[in-house]
Write a protein that binds this ligand. Structure first.
Ligand SMILES: Nc1ncnc2c1ncn2[C@@H]1O[C@H](COP(=O)(O)OP(=O)(O)OC[C@H]2O[C@@H]([n+]3cccc(C(=O)O)c3)[C@H](O)[C@@H]2O)[C@@H](O)[C@H]1O
Ligand SMILES: Nc1ncnc2c1ncn2[C@@H]1O[C@H](COP(=O)(O)OP(=O)(O)OP(=O)(O)O)[C@@H](O)[C@H]1O
Ligand SMILES: [Mg+2]
Length: 252
């Protein structure tokens, strides 16, 4: 993995150069993916990299873990608590729709969760513009393939260095980089509601999806689940859908 790390660091440096920006930043959650990205961008841009810690009704342990990663990687960090902003916006929207008797309780938890991810995205772009930095995403091959991210939330980024790495490989890279073991071994979670873990929500294990992506044989039912998730989320990996160019078709 040493070789991969060197290449990823060089690739990040090249992106900074080509985009003519000053540096790179990442949202630091205390999870393994953003920890790996933090270590990589710190290596790529030692004096121009930033980790943004954004609690939003989050578990205190996650913030402690994010702080630990900031310290162990040496990356500069800023904390922006989004709890009040989220409450204001979410409850404002909810009140308006409730008044019209059109609030869908069944969709509430997911709407609340996705708004957290999109508030984080907005925060990252506001800070990126301030420093003239790029926003670095943390999606790995599994999350990308099955669309396990919020469209224009944590999926709304400029660079995705881990896109071709399975979760197993991300763990290997993390060990090589020196990410603290407690971060590597904790259960992956989007942290969007109490008790959420990726595997319980996806209904399938990272090991199974890793195996599928590696072209290995997996249980037929699991294979179908993965393919269904991939197909259902194709829109998240594409540019917005547009109609044909009727205007120019009529010109001749
Ligand atoms: N066919 C289609 N063509 C174009 N657009 C389509 C569409 N179908 C839905 N859409 C749009 O997409 C929206 C649904 O997508 P989206 O808003 O992303 O929402 P959705 O996929 O329902 O939820 C996001 C999922 O990602 C997970 N997540 C989020 C954030 C972080 C992490 C993590 O691992 O840390 C995980 C989260 O737990 C949840 O399972 C719809 O509201 C609609 O606007
Ligand atoms: N509290 C938070 N503060 C800052 N960024 C966050 C926070 N929660 C989520 N994010 C951002 O959203 C991204 C998506 O979360 P995701 O859970 O997939 O990654 P992770 O937490 O780094 O790793 P894992 O999947 O193992 O939990 C994070 O990598 C991070 O960039
Ligand atoms: Mg996480």
């Amino acid at each position: 993995m040493k070789n991969h790390i060197e290449q990823l660091v060089q690739w990040l440096q090249q992106q900074v150069k080509e985009a003519k920006v000053n540096g790179l930043l990442v949202g630091l959650s205390g999870g393994i993916d953003s920890s790996v990205v933090a270590y990589l961008i710190k290596q790529a841009m030692p004096d121009h990299s930033l980790g943004i810690i954004m609690p939003c009704k989050s578990h205190g342990q996650d913030e402690d873990d994010a702080q630990l990663v900031a310290e162990s990687s040496g990356i500069d960090s800023v904390t922006v608590d989004l709890t009040d902003q989220h409450d204001l916006l979410f409850n404002g929207i909810k009140t308006q729709l409730k008044d019209k008797n059109e609030w869908n309780e069944e969709k509430e938890r997911m709407a609340d969760a996705n708004l957290r991810a999109r508030l984080r995205m907005s925060t990252l772009y506001t800070i990126a513009a301030n420093y003239n930095y790029l926003v670095v995403g943390t999606d790995n091959a599994v999350e990308w393939y099955i669309g396990y991210f919020t469209k224009y939330g944590d999926g709304g980024v400029d660079l995705v260095p881990l896109l071709h790495y399975t979760k197993t490989e991300v763990r290997q890279i993390a060990r090589e980089l020196g990410v603290p073991e407690q971060i590597i071994t904790k259960a992956p979670s989007a942290g969007l509601w109490e008790g959420q873990t990726d595997e319980s929500e996806m209904g399938i294990s990272y090991d199974t999806i890793d195996a599928f992506l590696n072209g290995e044989q997996v249980d037929e039912k699991d294979e179908q689940t993965i393919i269904n998730m991939h197909q259902r989320t194709a829109h998240k990996r594409a540019l917005p859908t547009s109609p044909p160019d009727f205007h120019h078709f009529t010109l001749e």
